[in-house]
Structures are given as C-alpha cells and as structure tokens.
Design a protein around this ligand. Structure first.
Ligand code: UTP
Length: 300
C-alpha cells in the first residue's frame, strides 16, 4: 500500500441541467433549491469544510450566478439587518460567505458528471481530492467523508461511498461488485456498472454522491468515451481505475449506514425537506404537530 498526500480540495459539480425538477430549475441550478432554510449546496459546502477541505471548487453551468451570489457578501441586506439589530439573521446570512474559499469554473456543455470532474484538473493538480454532489445530503451527525479520506490515504487509490438499497431501486444508481477485505472497514471494488437493470446488477450496493479520487482519474477521464446517456460517466472512469494495478490504481468502497437525504428528484426532495424540517429546532415541534393532524384527516 502506498501513502498519498492528504486531501485538501473539494470539487462540487453543480452544472447539471436538473431536468427532473423542471420548470423549477429553468433559471436556477437544482443545487439552489431550499432544504428547510438553506439551499442544498450550502449543506454540501458545510460538509466539505467540516471534513477539513477549505478549498472548494464548484463546477457551474449557465445558471451559475445564483450560486456565486449565495456565497458572496450581500452588503445592503447585511447593513439593513445590522441597523435593525437582527443579529441572528445577520449571522445566518454571513455564515454562507464565511465557510471557506470557493472557486468557480464553468463546465461549458453539460456532457456528464465525468466531464464536469475533468474540468477540475487544473485547479486540483496532482493530489487526491474529494467530489461531493449537491443533490446528496449527508447528515452532519454522521461521519462519512473523513472516513473516505482516511481510506484514500491508506490505500492510495480512489474511494466511493456505497449504500445498500432495495434490489428494485438499483437501476437508479451506479452499482458496485465488491470483495470484503479482512480486518478492514472498507471493501475492494471489482466492478462498477452505471444504472444496471435488476437482472444485470452485480449487487444491491449503490454508489452515492461522495468520492475521494486519485488524480490519475483525470487522465482516465480524458480517454473515456461518452457512455450511458451519451455522457462522459465518472462511473466508467472508476471502472477503469478499479482494474488498474500500480500508482493510482484500485477503487475502494466505504459502506455508509448513516442518514442520507436524496434531493435529486421531486419525491425524495420532499421527503428530505419534511424529515429535516421535523428535526429543526425552530420549526420541528409545530411541524410535527401539524403533520400528525394533517395525515390523520387524509383519505385512507
Ligand atoms: P444528475 O444527473 O443527478 O444531475 O447529476 P442533472 O443532470 O442536473 O439532473 P437531471 O437528471 O437532469 O434531473 C449529478 C450531479 O452532477 C452534476 C449535477 O449538477 C449534479 O450535482 N452534473 C451532472 C454536472 O455538473 N454536469 C453534468 O454534465 C452532469
């Protein structure tokens, strides 16, 4: 096993078209959809920063303005809140700006997640890095990214996050065929298949939106042809790395058993918002009471 430099940089692809959320995403990225009181992307940047990654690169598309504005100062509003002495709201507004150093690069054509990650090549350079997708939220009480960073440092390869799903749901995910490693809390990934049918799926282990990648993924992505959906798939590049020996080769998986909120489609998004709102300090108690009354009078 080789030892790798410690991960310092996070890449957050946010240039997808968000077609499953149209028309809400006609003029704004889906990563800006609010989850209770913050846009989804803020949870993700917060997660990266909490794992010690203070250099964040966001891959944006044509609607990038809302993203940049959200993490920038808003002097008129801040002054107004300060004049009113509304310190709680002022702190909430400033929190997004103070999270860390955020850089932006445009993807150009949204040719897939792999293509978006490749746009990070110059910024990342020759060091391992994390990729966090803005439509997957990991509960801040559950550890995942720091475990993945440790596994990357230990193995010198690339690391994916996996969850166990109902077999019938596997066709919505990348799927991993894995082998357990004696005495380790992570698994070796033998094969990855993007959105397989139930019959083709090698397991019920689904890849979710957290990755810690060896920089050799860039060279592989440059040579990865468009795959499923005519998009350059990160899964295809990882499949190449999974079967590669030597420097930067090997893909490992951390199976996550904690709380994850998928905000990538309408139904999951609504469930995520209700779940997190029910736990919210300010809103939770009233919302839970109302939900109980509301569901009790729904037709069976
Ligand atoms: P998705 O496939 O879930 O996002 O990509 P999408 O394409 O925006 O959504 P739909 O399927 O059309 O509704 C996962 C992540 O990768 C980013 C997306 O922004 C999302 O965070 N992505 C995807 C890019 O940055 N560029 C792409 O070309 C594709």
């Amino acid at each position: 096993m080789t030892s790798a430099p410690r991960v310092r940089k996070a890449v957050i692809p946010a240039a997808g078209l968000g077609t499953r959320f149209l028309p809400a995403t006609k003029a704004m990225p889906k990563e800006m959809l609010p989850v209770v009181d913050k846009p989804a992307i803020q949870y993700v940047v917060q997660e990266a920063v909490s794992a010690g990654l203070e250099d964040v690169l966001m891959i944006t598309g044509r609607n990038k303005r809302a993203l940049e504005d959200h993490f920038d100062r808003v002097p008129v509003t801040e002054q107004l809140l300060e004049d009113k002495g509304d310190n709680d709201r002022l702190a909430a507004v400033q929190h997004a700006t103070d999270l860390g150093e955020i850089h932006y690069v445009r993807q150009g054509d949204p040719k897939g997640l792999g293509h978006a990650v490749l746009r990070a090549k110059t910024h990342v350079g020759n060091e391992p890095f994390a990729v966090l997708l803005g439509d997957d939220l990991i509960d801040e009480r559950d550890e995942l990214l720091t475990i993945m960073i440790d596994v990357q440092a230990k193995t010198g390869g690339s690391v994916v996050a996996l969850i166990e799903v109902e077999p019938s749901k596997i066709s919505s995910y990348g799927c991993a065929d894995v082998t357990a490693i004696d005495g380790e809390g992570y698994v070796r990934v033998n094969q990855l298949v993007e959105k397989p049918s139930v019959e083709e799926a090698p397991s019920n282990l689904a890849v979710i939106g957290r990755y810690v990648l060896h920089p050799s993924v860039f060279e592989v992505l440059e040579n990865t042809p468009p795959g499923r959906g005519n998009e350059i798939q990160l899964t295809d590049a990882l499949q190449t790395l999974a079967t590669r020996e030597g420097e930067g080769g090997g893909v490992y998986g951390v199976v996550f058993h904690g709380r994850r909120y998928d905000t990538g489609d309408k139904l999951s998004y609504l469930k995520a918002v209700v779940t997190l709102a029910c736990e919210n300090e300010e809103l939770g108690s009233d919302l839970r009471t109302w939900l109980g009354e509301f569901t009790a009078q729904l037709p069976k």
